[in-house]
Design a protein around this ligand. Structure first.
Ligand SMILES: C[S@@+](CC[C@H](N)C(=O)[O-])C[C@H]1O[C@@H](n2cnc3c(N)ncnc32)[C@H](O)[C@@H]1O
Length: 267
């Protein structure tokens, strides 16, 4: 079979990994989170809530049990939310959590990697601890499609784990992230084992990091990205793989996001 001879990038494109199934965690997800990280993940998700109060139409991908969606609906009474998740149980939980604001939510059971982003405009996109379920190539592919349906003043809020490029990253953050991947691999079938280089992927897809905040010494990041004007991302290239990209992608200052992405040689 020729498949095995294809470069990693092409193999991912031909056969995306099986979608992880988070359904059995739907009812206990918040308690798992609370027991492991206390309130920090929640603070991370809500970092840029103030910036989300004027949006009208949000796309929230992989929001799981919907706690963030519910909070957004309360904070912004005009907004309508399209919530996409590959787990039916999570979407059911999300609708329940939305409570009396559920009429402003439309759910879509779908794999975000194959999401049909019909010509719709979203002025807000949120992905909290979701991009880490994808490879770098998949993140970039999603970002490029999102770039096409987001107006120039839209925002994409990202919450993610990260591994700082220092002793803390090597000794604490990386082993912790590896342990989390092993646990989620066991519980959900998630086959990803390392964080995607989501920053590089988003930059390449035409987004600019506008704001960021780090938590727990850089183990967690909250970021607000905005589309760059179209003429500034004509250099787009496919990002070849996520090998070793994480530590390079991590940086603690916002200004470094304005550095033009380095050309990538073939894998
Ligand atoms: C780690 S949980 C994060 C949930 C929530 N956003 C949070 O902040 O805790 C990942 C969520 O993404 C969903 N998910 C994973 N892979 C997906 C995919 N390929 N397409 C759509 N949803 C996916 C899972 O069902 C789950 O609800």
């Amino acid at each position: 079979m020729r498949y095995a001879n294809l470069p990693l990038r092409d193999r991912e494109a031909v056969a995306p990994a099986k979608t992880a199934d988070f359904s059995r965690l739907a009812h206990i997800y918040r308690w798992l989170e609370w027991c492991s990280f206390g309130p920090v993940l929640w603070h991370c998700r809500c970092t840029f809530l103030a910036e989300m109060k004027s949006g009208r139409s949000a796309l929230i991908i992989g929001d799981g049990d919907g706690r963030f969606t519910a909070r957004l609906l309360v904070e912004n009474p005009q907004i309508t939310v399209e919530a996409v998740d590959s787990s039916e149980s999570m979407l059911r939980q999300l609708m329940q959590t939305a409570g009396r604001n559920v009429d402003r939510v439309r759910v879509q059971l779908a794999d975000a990697r194959q999401l049909n982003l019909a010509p719709r405009n979203f002025d807000l996109v949120a992905t909290h601890f979701f991009l880490d379920c994808l490879t770098t190539v998949e993140v970039e592919d999603l970002a490029m499609r999102l770039r096409g349906i987001m107006p120039h003043d839209a925002a994409w809020v990202v919450s993610e784990f990260a591994v700082p490029d220092n002793w803390y990253g090597r000794l604490i953050a990386r082993p912790l992230v590896t342990a989390l991947y092993i646990a989620f691999g066991f519980l959900t079938g998630l086959s990803i084992r390392q964080l995607p280089a989501h920053r590089e992927a988003l930059q390449r897809a035409g987004f600019t990091l506008a704001k960021q905040r780090t938590w727990l010494g850089g183990l967690l990041v909250s970021e607000l990205w905005q589309p760059r004007p179209a003429q500034n991302f004509g250099h787009l290239q496919r990002y070849p793989s996520q090998r070793g990209a994480l530590s390079r992608s991590y940086c603690s200052c916002v200004s470094c996001s304005h550095t033009p992405p380095r050309p990538i040689s073939s894998p």
